[in-house]
Ligand binder design. Structure first.
Ligand SMILES: [Fe+2]
Length: 429
């Protein structure tokens, strides 16, 4: 092989890093494998691993997060995958001629195997590292990130063959060098990448929209300003103390942020009514958990896992809650956690007809309701978290001061409370 070949494919591998696609849960995916596999077809098996090791710039050296050992690991990891797939490819091409009805399909078969080997080695190593860094179960990482990547590896395999053929057949396009054809071919591919990127961006945009809606609901009233934000922070701390993994904590955080989204469907005259509610009005309030889930149904692909929280955050341990009157462990765990966080936040926020309680008073009240309104084990856990948490967590005033710079208020503090309560229920909004 010539030096120009080596540098050209090296440059393509380096370029692939700049067009990487971000995946959820801190992983990313680039087209590196495309060029590495093409190099596998074109050159001897020692070339692709060397190319990847030298030209795989996963981190910019000026990046403040740059760590030489991370960089080295990434190079070794992709290099190992490249070596394994190059060896698999050459073994099949040289030792296992495959033909279907007399047609030689060795190359197609070899590239298919090489793609799969590259995928399995790469993704397994990445999954282990993400697992070590985030404590997420490996299965979860695979499911969230790599299901569709395998499909793209296999679908892209013919492209790999094409790239290699274009390069080696040297068409008379600007001199006698196949590199020009490869570059022309890559332009549409570069645009295709944007569509992959869009899928991930859309999910992020959706999360942002949901946040925006939650902030809008909270900001309508001074007593609920930053309410869901604080419920989320509290519920997340409880979930961590409970020992849930990062994916479940993420669900709880999301669910807590939108648990009251169904309030959009409650008339302002009821929602902002000062003082106690009539039975009919309270009946209206009780519709918000089910309405919330109905409202989000069209987005269920993105957010289904939070539905239990939205629907059941007003259920009570003794079965006297709503909407279904579930009791004890019938109530989903996530909803039991959020209901404690929700009640604590509402108690410390107060209502127009009820003074805000001190953190100590609110904690005592939550404890009084263990086994009545709340899961007694979770109340114990809540106390443990409460005791070791900073003031910004326990004290609403401090929390508001800390967060209000990040979330704008709609300036409607003169309005009355959000969700008035029925006489017998110490429950929150
Ligand atoms: Fe609620």
């Amino acid at each position: 092989m010539r030096l120009v070949d080596f540098l050209f494919w090296g440059a393509l591998i380096a370029w692939a890093q700049f067009t990487e696609v971000k995946l959820p849960f801190a992983a990313s995916f680039s087209h590196t494998y495309l060029f590495t596999l093409a190099a596998t077809i074109l050159f001897p098996p020692w070339v692709p691993p060397l190319l990847v090791f030298l030209f795989f710039f996963s981190q910019g050296i000026n990046d403040p997060e740059y760590r030489w050992y991370k960089d080295l690991f990434n190079r070794l990891q992709t290099g190992t995958a490249a070596a394994a797939s190059a060896l698999a490819y050459w073994f099949i091409v040289q030792n296992m001629p495959v033909s279907v009805s007399g047609v030689d399909v060795s190359l197609a078969f070899a590239i298919l195997v090489a793609s799969t080997v590259s995928f399995v080695v790469n993704v397994s190593l990445v999954s282990v590292v993400v697992h070590l860094a985030t404590k997420l179960p490996i299965k979860e990482i695979w499911f969230h990130n790599f299901g569709w990547v395998l499909a793209s590896y296999l679908i892209m395999s013919p492209v790999v063959v094409l790239l290699a053929r274009m390069y080696s057949s040297s068409p008379a396009l600007l001199g006698n060098w196949g590199g020009w054809s490869v570059i022309l071919f890559l332009i549409p591919l570069y645009y295709a990448r944007f569509h992959w990127d869009e899928a991930v961006k859309m999910r992020e945009a959706f999360d942002k929209t949901v946040d925006l809606v939650s902030n809008t609901i909270d900001a309508r009233d001074s007593h609920t300003y930053l309410h869901s934000q604080r419920v989320a922070v509290t519920a997340v701390e409880m979930a961590k103390a409970y020992g849930l993994d990062a994916a479940k904590i993420n669900t709880i955080e999301k669910g807590a942020r939108i648990h009251d989204i169904g309030k959009i469907g409650i008339p302002d005259s009821v929602l902002f009514k000062p003082g106690m509610l009539t039975d009919i009005e309270y009946g209206e309030i009780k519709k918000h958990p089910v309405f919330g889930v109905e409202l989000l149904q069209p987005a269920s692909n993105y957010i289904r896992e939070t539905f239990d929280i939205i629907k059941y955050h007003h259920e009570r341990w003794d079965g006297r809650g709503y909407p279904e009157g579930l009791a004890g462990h019938e109530i989903p765990l996530f909803a039991r956690i959020v209901s404690i966080a929700d009640a604590y936040e509402a108690m410390t926020a107060g209502r127009p007809y009820q003074e805000a309680k001190t953190p100590e008073r609110a904690l005592a009240e939550i404890e009084d309701l263990a086994g009545v309104q709340f899961d007694p084990k979770l109340v114990k856990l809540f106390r443990e978290v409460w005791e070791v948490s900073p003031n910004s967590w326990r004290d609403r005033e401090v929390f508001i001061r800390l967060y209000s710079s990040k979330v704008p208020s709609l300036g409607s503090s003169s309005r009355y409370s959000s969700e008035p309560e029925a006489e017998t229920s110490p429950e929150s909004s």
